[in-house]
Design a protein around this ligand. Structure first.
Ligand SMILES: [Zn+2]
Ligand SMILES: [Zn+2]
Length: 157
């Protein structure tokens, strides 16, 4: 999604608003899915000695909870604010790539670990049951590292 600078270039103080939907967005991995188009909106302003591109990217993404692997939808929003010197935007290419800027902020601000809820209990390491649904019958995990090491040794036999 490219935005023409066009008439803005010769008018200090001029401002052009934009509001677009991006059908696709680069996602950090295959575990992410975009739920509907992402919206990118804001304004491009001629500041006199360059341009300011400021706005917001909103997207709803789905991914797996980092603990229990259940799908979790996340409403994501990131503000962006970029300044370009007049010489940074090549005269030949009189456009600003809104999608690229939005994507860059999206990838940089997406949390690395997304949980279905703050206190997600994850999966039982032994039977794989989702512990948010209730306890399983497995014996409680040994938390003593010496016992765990001994257990690993015995299991190797
Ligand atoms: Zn979870
Ligand atoms: Zn279990």
């Amino acid at each position: 999604m490219k935005m023409e600078i066009g008439s803005l270039r010769n008018e200090p103080g001029a401002r052009v608003a934009f509001d677009f939907f991006l059908p696709r967005l680069a996602l950090p991995s295959e575990e992410y899915r975009l739920l509907g188009p992402a919206r990118v909106f804001g304004a491009l302003t001629n500041t006199g000695d360059g341009f300011q591109l400021a706005g917001k990217l909103e997207a709803e993404v789905e991914t797996a909870c980092a603990r229990c692997l259940r799908p979790v939808a996340l409403a994501f929003a990131a503000d962006f604010d970029e300044e370009y010197g007049a010489e940074e935007l090549p005269a030949g290419d009189d456009t600003v790539d809104l999608a690229a800027v939005g994507e860059q902020y999206f990838l940089a601000s997406l949390p690395m670990r997304i949980l279905c809820r703050q206190d997600c209990r994850g999966l039982c390491p032994q039977c794989g049951k989702a512990l948010n649904d209730g306890d399983c019958d497995c014996p409680r995990q040994e938390t003593d590292p010496r016992l765990a090491a001994l257990k690993a040794l015995l299991e190797d036999e």
